[in-house]
Design a protein around this ligand. Structure first.
Ligand code: SF4
Length: 315
C-alpha cells in the first residue's frame, strides 16, 4: 500500500466507494468473527457510516456514542434521537482532565511532544523533542516546532491526554466489557497523519492484535459524504445548518490558532451557546485559565475582539 494507491482510490466514483466500504465491513466481520459497532460521534461522517452499514450490511449494527461532556447540545440531541445508539461516558469530567493534564492546544502531535518534553525523565527523549533525530541524514523527526517550544516552560500544561481520557478510554472499556469491535468513520483527507495511518494499515481494515478496527470511509472525501447524505436523504445533525464546519468537542483548541476570529469554532460556540463558552474559558490548569492559555498561543477570542470593536481588522 502506498500514497499513490490511496490517491487513485480517492478518485473513484461514489458508487465504487460504497461497494468498497460494504466489502470492507463484510470482510472485517467475517475475519474477526466478532460483533461490530459503529463509533458514532453524531457528525456527518459517522452518520454516513451508520446509515451505510445498516442499509447494506445489517440493519442491526449498533452505534456507540461517547458523551464526553463537551459535545454540542445539538449533537447530543441528534445522537439520542438516532435509533439503536448506546451512550457511554468518560470516568472523569472535562474540568478535571484539563486541570490534571493540561489544555489541548496547537495539534495532537505538538501537544504530545510538549507534554513529553516537559514531563519525561529521559534526557534522550527530551533532546529528540527539542532537536529531533536523524539530523545527519537530512531530516528531523520528533521535534517540537521552534514556534511552540516556549510552551514547554509555560505556566500551564499543554497535552493531548484529553482525547485519551475523554474518548479513547471509554471506548476501550466498552470493547473490553462487550467483546465488540469498532467500525470508525475517519477519512484520510482529514490530515497527513490519517493518510500515513491508511498506508501503514495497508488499507481500510486493521487485524493487528489489540488494534482491531475497520475504517471503511478512509478513501472518501467530504464531497462524497455530502453526496451520500443527499443521495439517500439521510437525516444529519442540525448544527450543519447553523453554519458548522466541524462538530467535534465544543472547546477543543487543536488548530484553533489557524482560524479566523470571525469564523472560528469559538465564535460559533459564543454565538450558539454563550453560557457553555464562559464556563470553558474559566477552566484552569496550574491556576491559568483556558482563556489565558488560548491568548498565549495567538487565538483571538470572539468576545474580546467584539468588545474592542476590531471587526474590520480581522475580516
Ligand atoms: S478532540 Fe480535543 S477536546 Fe475533544 S477529547 Fe480530543 S483533545 Fe479533548
Amino acid at each position: 500500500m502506498d500514497i499513490e494507491t490511496l490517491q487513485k482510490r480517492q478518485r473513484w466514483t461514489l458508487e465504487q466507494k460504497i461497494d468498497h466500504a460494504v466489502a470492507t465491513v463484510e470482510s472485517y466481520i467475517a475475519r474477526t468473527g466478532k460483533t461490530p459497532y459503529v463509533s458514532f460521534s453524531g457528525g456527518k461522517d459517522s452518520t454516513v457510516l451508520l446509515d451505510l452499514v445498516r442499509r447494506f450490511v445489517s440493519k442491526d449494527i449498533k452505534g456507540v456514542f461517547c458523551n464526553t461532556g463537551n459535545e454540542f447540545p445539538e449533537i447530543v440531541r441528534f445522537a439520542r434521537s438516532t435509533p439503536n445508539v448506546t451512550v457511554i461516558h468518560p470516568k472523569q469530567t472535562v474540568k478535571a482532565v484539563l486541570a490534571t493534564y493540561g489544555f489541548p492546544l496547537i495539534s495532537k502531535e505538538q501537544a504530545h511532544g510538549i507534554r513529553q518534553a516537559r514531563t519525561t525523565k529521559s534526557d534522550k527523549l527530551r533532546k529528540i523533542r527539542l532537536y529531533g533525530t536523524d539530523r545527519n541524514k537530512g531530516y528531523i523527526s520528533g521535534k517540537i516546532s521552534d514556534k511552540w517550544q516556549f510552551l514547554i516552560n509555560a505556566p500551564f500544561m499543554v497535552s493531548e491526554q484529553c482525547c485519551e481520557c475523554l474518548k479513547k478510554r471509554p471506548f476501550k472499556q466498552y470493547q473490553k466489557e462487550t467483546g465488540e469491535v469498532p467500525i470508525i468513520g475517519t477519512l484520510a483527507t482529514e490530515s497527513e497523519a490519517r493518510k500515513q495511518q491508511y498506508v501503514r494499515r495497508g488499507g481500510c481494515n486493521s487485524f493487528r492484535e489489540g488494534h482491531l478496527g475497520s475504517y471503511p470511509l478512509s478513501i472518501w472525501t467530504d464531497a462524497d459524504i455530502w453526496a451520500y447524505l443527499r443521495k439517500f436523504n439521510v437525516p444529519y445533525c442540525e448544527l450543519y445548518n447553523k453554519g458548522a464546519v466541524r462538530t467535534g468537542c465544543m472547546f477543543c483548541g487543536f488548530g484553533a490558532h489557524l482560524e479566523k476570529p470571525t469564523s472560528s469554532r469559538f465564535a460559533m460556540l459564543y454565538d450558539l451557546h454563550p453560557k457553555a463558552y464562559e464556563v470553558f474559558m474559566r477552566y484552569e490548569n496550574n491556576g491559568i485559565t483556558y482563556r489565558e492559555a488560548l491568548r498565549a498561543v495567538g487565538v483571538v477570542l470572539p468576545d474580546e475582539y467584539r468588545q474592542l470593536n476590531l471587526f474590520q481588522d480581522y475580516e
